[in-house]
Design a protein around this ligand. Sequence first.
Ligand SMILES: C[S@@+](CC[C@H](N)C(=O)[O-])C[C@H]1O[C@@H](n2cnc3c(N)ncnc32)[C@H](O)[C@@H]1O
Length: 259
Amino acid sequence: MTQSFAFYSSPDSPNSPSLLSELPTVTDSVELDNYSGFFSYQIVHEDPCLTFSAMLDGKLSSFHLDFTQGKVAYRRQHGGGRKQHIAKACGLKHNWTPNIIDATAGLGRDAAELRSLGCSMRLIERSPFVASLLEDAINRAAEANPELFGSNFELFQGQSLELIRRLSQEQQPDIIYLDPMFPPRNKSAAVKKEMRLVKLLVGNDPDADELLPIALDNAKYRVVVKRPSYAPYLNEMKPSMSIESKGNRFDVYVLKGIN
Ligand SMILES: C[S@@+](CC[C@H](N)C(=O)[O-])C[C@H]1O[C@@H](n2cnc3c(N)ncnc32)[C@H](O)[C@@H]1O
């Protein structure tokens, strides 16, 4: 099904971000009924936050991204640090802070987690819709926590298959991290509202298998692939090792040992 989105501009709200410049701007909320969803700025903790809203099960549902509050910040303060599965998968137990390309940035949660563990992050997201939400959250996070998000946390909007192929040798990262969309096992209400809204924005990732060989050719030390526990290996390629997490699995493809 083709989705159509709009930018809803209310009096005093900031202008549409450049990544959303192609979307029609609507100023009368009645017109929003003509679209599958809309972006708008909503005031959260006194800050205008870029928000995506759509009807789910007959109710208007919205979300915005925030790396300084909520789940991401909680995990930073109370999470297991370098003992976490994602940290082990990226080899961080070696007291190593690699530079990582997250080639499927999505909501930026994993990237923010890895940044808070000291890694330098480059994020690639192909959907201009998701990238605009990410950009907004990164700008706010850089202001609130410049030490963590003011540098070494850079977003690129584009197709990873292309951007990774074009890296010079100096630009190649230590690790490429992949977490493409995978259909949920059951389509019940258990599938979180936020994930359903993201699905509306980006659909599936039918070319996910193609990412792995390109990542393997362009990472220096390893490629880490996050999959739901029930999903087959990406591109049917057996990893060097797998780390099981709650409901997820990190498949690790080792290219070179970490000293
Ligand atoms: C499951 S989400 C990633 C979630 C992310 N790990 C997080 O912690 O929020 C997958 C995202 O990857 C993006 N994506 C998939 N294939 C891509 C590609 N080839 N290039 C760039 N982005 C891609 C999708 O648009 C989607 O937003």
